[in-house]
Design a protein around this ligand. Structure first.
Ligand code: HEC
Length: 161
């Protein structure tokens, strides 16, 4: 206990001794809130897009549903944090290019249908590329993945029980 008190006193003296002048709160670096970049959201979207493929083609429907939800969240963040990009409103672009494929994929997952899933997936991928083209990133071309992005994840459906 005594040690603690001494420590506290020492800390107070030390702090007082080297009083660093703090900038007013509105000028501190922390005052500028971090905003995730569009490219960063997209890199995450890319991972979910890839994982979604392996989940769906493995017939792991709970995982496919999860990845779809994550991807959906990514696009919600696009509209929230980058409501416009190159002066174009992103919300309507997301709706135009990926809303329908999301609906197709949600149905495929609910129906546990691989043929519906692959069609929906290809439509989604075309939507990704459509928006890239619309915003001047037509060199960023997505396709069906051929290998999982990580080797430490098992895509096989988990048997109940
Ligand atoms: C609202 C339009 C829009 C949609 C829809 C869209 N993207 Fe993008 N994407 C962009 C823009 C804009 C960039 C460039 C962002 C930047 O670099 O600042 C980009 C960049 C990317 C990149 C490049 C990131 C990098 O650093 O290599 C990838 C990968 C990507 N998107 C994946 C996807 C995937 C996967 C989908 C569909 C599931 C998708 N995008 C749908 C607008 C979109």
């Amino acid at each position: 206990m005594k040690k603690l008190v001494v420590g506290a006193v020492a800390a107070t003296i030390l702090t007082a001794g080297c009083a660093v002048k703090q900038p007013p709160p509105d000028q501190s670096p922390q005052a500028k809130p971090y905003v995730i970049g569009m490219g960063d959201i997209m890199l995450t979207n890319q991972l979910h897009h890839s994982k979604l493929w392996f989940a769906g083609t493995a017939g792991n429907w709970p995982l496919a549903k999860y990845e779809l939800g994550e991807l959906h969240g990514g696009f919600a963040r696009v509209a929230t944090y980058h409501p416009t990009f190159k002066k174009k409103p992103t919300g309507p672009l997301v709706d135009e290019f990926v809303k329908n494929p999301f609906g197709e994929l949600a149905k495929a997952v609910a129906d546990k249908s691989e043929p519906e899933f692959t069609t929906g997936y290809d439509d989604l991928t075309s939507g990704c590329n459509g928006c890239h083209k619309e915003l001047g990133y037509d060199f960023n071309v997505l396709k069906r993945p051929t290998a999982p992005p990580f080797t430490d994840q098992d895509y096989a459906p988990v048997k109940p029980g």
